[in-house]
Design a binder for this molecule. Structure first.
Ligand SMILES: Nc1nc2c(ncn2[C@@H]2O[C@H](COP(=O)(O)OP(=O)(O)OP(=O)(O)O)[C@@H](O)[C@H]2O)c(=O)[nH]1
Ligand SMILES: [Mg+2]
Length: 246
């Protein structure tokens, strides 16, 4: 397969069972049945999809979906390293997952270091499970509350159902975030060029090395399968660069 023009890495964060894996698999895995239930994620999962950008270029979008109880571990470090954006998800039927957003933002802030997210990254807040009817009136997180949090971070309010929204709708959200990430990254690369005289691409080899360190630390079989998917993807794309734009 021809190399994509851009590689975009997003990390999906949110409480247990808010629908992170369902969202990623709906978009990236054509064999995924939205009526089936995903197993709780162990450490992290990896999916990727190639998207056509409106400017005529292509992007390989990687979705690293972390387990709901993730903290500052080697796995999280590995997933955050060189990421271009974070998708923060909550479940409208679980108000606690909405209240957790501030905790997740603290984690995100912890990773706004040059070698992780970098100073300018794409951030999206997503309200999931809009298909579920509020039988116990007003037990769901209200749209106004979701909008207020999004306003605080100057983000648009995004609500969807990872299970029942159409593939086109879900992909359109991902495409919008990808375009933002590409724009940020090109701008950052230009700034670096003028500051340092050359762009500094992220090095895929060191990312993999760090992955294996994470594996040693977490030593879980399921994380290994996720990592294997990532390595397979790298090999299939004959890619020796990671996260290098332009
Ligand atoms: N009704 C409904 N159920 C959903 C939706 N998205 C996910 N689910 C269900 O919610 C449950 C948890 O979904 P997951 O995708 O595994 O959630 P997760 O955030 O990856 O969970 P962890 O990996 O444990 O952190 C599963 O039973 C899904 O089928 C949705 O939009 N609507
Ligand atoms: Mg999951």
């Amino acid at each position: 397969m021809e190399k994509a023009d851009h590689i975009v890495k997003f990390v999906i964060l949110g409480d247990l069972a808010v629908g992170k894996t369902t969202f990623a698999k709906r978009i990236c895995d054509p064999s995924f049945n939205p009526n089936s239930s995903c197993l709780p994620t162990c450490c992290a999962e990896f999916q990727q999809i190639r998207l056509d950008i409106p400017d005529g270029s292509t992007a390989d979008v990687q979705l690293w979906d972390l387990e709901g109880k993730c903290e500052k571990t080697a796995t999280t470090n590995m997933c955050m390293r060189g990421a271009h954006g974070v998708i923060l998800m909550y479940d409208i039927t679980q108000p606690d997952s909405f209240l957790s957003l501030s905790r997740w933002m603290q984690l995100v802030n912890h990773y706004t270091d040059e070698k992780f997210l970098g100073p300018k990254f794409m951030l999206a807040i997503v309200a999931n499970k809009t298909d579920v009817f509020d039988f116990l009136k007003n037990k769901h997180v209200q749209v106004e509350d979701g909008c207020a949090v999004c306003d605080k971070y100057e983000l648009p309010y995004v609500s969807l159902s990872a299970s029942t929204s159409s593939l086109e709708q879900l992909t359109a959200h991902l495409l919008g975030w990808t375009v933002q990430a590409v724009e940020h990254s090109i701008a950052e690369s230009e700034t670096r060029k003028s500051r340092e005289g050359a762009a500094v691409p992220l090095d895929g080899r060191s990312l993999l090395d760090e992955s294996f360190t994470a594996l040693d630390t977490d030593s879980t079989g399921c994380f290994f399968s996720c990592l294997k998917r990532y390595v397979d993807w790298q090999l299939a794309n004959d890619s020796d660069e990671h996260g290098c734009f332009g």
